[in-house]
Design a protein. Structure first.
Length: 330
């Protein structure tokens, strides 16, 4: 091939690429000059943020593009979610979603700014985290039977981290399962709620397993059950809610990845493949296990499963909050 012929061929190829429809060119979003943004709707340093940053590196390697984690906070996660809902559907902006933002906020905020089932294309569940029911050692409660009796008597103080939080939903599930009543005491976060539990100012709470385990080792709190389908290796003697005869307490915290709704199918497929690669990374798996996170397997890892999960959790948490008459926020 002569130099003239080679140059002519290259010009023909470039001309052909430029003539491709916009959707076809969008199938490789990581070829764009800017990095991919993974929006975390909470502050840096929390569990959700750490999980996103762990996943970003191996996913970016698969996509061939740097993924930058951005913390866009406010309104219980609504501001970050709305930014992604309104972003260009070019594969360059994704949301590291959370059950509270996607399936609870709709029932708490009059105008959340997005619809989790209309405005997003599911990529897949990242992981699920069980919760642990703790009682204060100062409460005098040593068995689940005693705890259930106290609930039925209406003689129980339960700490939550505010209306619509996972701690609040878990407390509502507990009361529904035991046909009980309690004073639900809201705190401005999980940490002050736990502090009052350890001090004996409240009797019980249900919190994420990752933070619950150290509290049981303090000698000031006792674990009564865990949510989810299996016991935790770190707490092998603590039964699941189903084993304890309270299968209705099945709340788990989940995180997931979603894209703007209009994202083309080839780009969604690329993200799904990148997520699978990221979740197979040994470092990611090891760190997620430290967070007590369960990585989805089989059908649970599919985009279809995430779509169904969002819809089902939106329905059931809405029903539970409606029963509790939780006030809506502006």
């Amino acid at each position: 091939m002569t130099p003239t012929t080679g140059a002519l061929s290259r010009r023909h190829v470039l001309a052909g690429l430029c003539a491709l429809p916009a959707v076809a060119r969008a199938q490789a979003p990581w070829m764009a000059p800017r990095a991919i943004s993974m929006i975390v709707p909470f502050a840096a340093g929390g569990t959700t943020d750490v999980m996103a940053r762990l996943l970003a590196e191996p996913m970016g390697q698969r996509l061939g593009q740097t993924i930058v984690v951005e913390n866009v906070t406010g309104a219980g996660g609504n501001i970050g979610a709305e930014r992604v809902a309104r972003a260009a559907a070019d594969g360059l902006t994704a949301l590291f979603a959370h059950v509270g933002v996607f399936s609870v906020n709709k029932h708490l905020y009059r105008t959340p700014g997005f619809d989790s089932m209309r405005d997003f294309a599911p990529v897949g569940v990242v992981c699920t985290n069980p919760m642990v029911l703790l009682v204060s050692e100062k409460s005098g409660i040593t068995t689940l039977e005693q705890l259930a009796d106290r609930a039925r008597q209406g003689n129980l103080r339960i700490a939550t981290s505010g209306a619509g939080s996972t701690m609040h939903l878990a407390a509502l599930q507990f009361l529904d399962a035991t046909h009980g009543r309690a004073d639900l005491i809201p705190y401005r976060g999980g940490a002050p709620a736990v502090n009052d539990l350890l001090a004996g100012h409240v009797d019980m709470l249900i919190e994420q397993a990752f933070s619950a385990i150290p509290n049981t080792r303090s000698g000031l709190a006792r674990a009564m059950l865990v949510t989810g389908s299996a016991r935790l290796p770190a707490m092998p003697t603590v039964p699941t809610a189903a084993e304890a005869g309270l299968p209705g307490i099945d709340i788990e915290i989940w995180n997931a990845l979603v894209l703007p709704a209009a994202t083309p199918a080839p780009i969604r497929a690329a993200w799904e493949a990148a997520l699978a690669t990221g979740l197979a990374d040994p470092t990611v798996r090891r760190r997620y296990e430290q967070f007590m996170g369960r990585i989805p397997v089989g059908e649970e890892a599919s985009a279809a499963h995430l779509g169904a999960l969002i819809a089902e959790d939106t329905r059931r948490w809405g029903a539970l909050l409606s029963q509790s008459n939780a006030a809506r926020l502006d």
